[in-house]
Write a protein that binds this ligand. Structure first.
Ligand code: ATR
Length: 297
């Protein structure tokens, strides 16, 4: 149902034509009978500030932000959530009430970490107290890094091809944890994975290795590496089963792909835009089937 009073949300990025978010949000809204519409909004380079002000003027209740604007959008926010400050990127804007000129605009959140959290919880992957591996140290790794700190992992080893980047992310994680609980963070060049002392890690794979169309690649090929992993999530969702996931399973571990994270970060945004809303699991399952059809069809 879309009436003249519909809540208006959308995604800004460049390009946005490939985004699955309009399909996902509009299917959830249909299933829940929400008076809501979610539209794709391509934003030309150099016009991001105008786009945000324009969206506010047009009454957009919320926006998602995708490539290449997740960092660039931050100076245009009126307020930022701790998730944005720790991750250094923003994927969700929530309209602030218009209480006069001072605080007009949007508050920025990052729901990637919350999406990953919900997806892992749905797979029975508990973070608290676990020895974890974070594979990769790029932009996508930062949301996972924040989550591992937030959820109280016992230890995290950041494994990355370029050692300096692993060190830098590990240092950032120690800063994120500074006023929180105990967490031991180490950095290790990916090629030195044999130095890992444990044998039942919870691993989060955040590199682009194995993503369509290069599906015959994995960050590590040696099966001894995978025998150290009890549970793993690969945040890649194309293909639905990556070579990394196949290796984890072949070594006797449990592996999940990135589609649930994609869906759950969208659901977390929808719930921020609609306080009090809870999207039931049956709706999420149905939307997951629709998205799988779109990805595989
Ligand atoms: P994103 O925002 O998707 O994380 P990114 O910031 O470019 O993209 O980071 C890509 C990640 O994938 C990095 O950790 C990168 O490792 P480097 O820091 O060494 O570049 C990792 N990566 C990309 N190709 C890789 C490969 N062939 N082998 C190992 N790691 C790779």
């Amino acid at each position: 149902m879309v009436t003249g009073n519909a809540m208006l949300c959308g995604v800004i990025g460049n390009p946005v034509g490939h985004s699955l978010s309009p399909l996902m949000h509009n299917e959830i809204a249909k299933a829940l009978g929400l008076d809501y519409i979610y539209v794709p909004c391509p934003v030309e380079h150099g016009t991001l500030g105008e786009a945000i002000r324009g969206a506010y003027a047009l009454g957009f209740a919320g926006l998602n932000v995708t490539v290449p604007y997740k960092q660039e959008v931050i100076p245009f926010l009126t307020e930022t959530d701790v998730s944005v400050r720790c991750i250094g990127a923003c994927n969700t804007l929530v309209r602030l009430p218009d209480n006069g000129a001072a605080n007009k605009g949007y508050k920025g959140y990052n729901t990637d970490a919350e999406g990953l959290f919900r997806a892992m919880r749905g797979q029975g992957m508990e973070i608290r107290g676990r020895a974890c591996l974070l594979i990769g140290a790029g932009g996508a790794a930062r949301a996972a890094a924040y989550l591992l700190v937030r959820e109280g992992a016992a230890s995290v080893t950041v494994l990355n091809r370029t050692p300096d980047k692993a060190e830098a992310l590990a240092a950032d994680m120690r800063r994120m944890a500074a006023d929180g609980g105990e967490i031991a963070v180490a950095a290790l060049p990916l090629a030195q994975w044999r130095e890992l002392p444990g044998n039942s890690y919870l691993a989060i794979q955040t590199t682009s290795v194995g993503m369509h169309p290069h599906t015959d690649a994995a960050p590590v090929e040696d099966m001894d590496f995978y025998r150290k992993i009890a549970q793993a999530v690969d945040i890649i969702y194309t293909p639905s089963e990556t070579r990394f996931m196949k290796h984890v399973k072949a070594a006797g571990g449990q592996a999940a792909g990135g589609l649930d994270m994609l869906i759950c970060q969208g659901v977390a945004a929808l719930e921020l835009w609609n306080p009090g809303l809870h999207v039931p699991d049956e709706v999420i399952s149905r939307v997951r089937e629709i998205m799988e059809e779109r990805l595989n069809g």
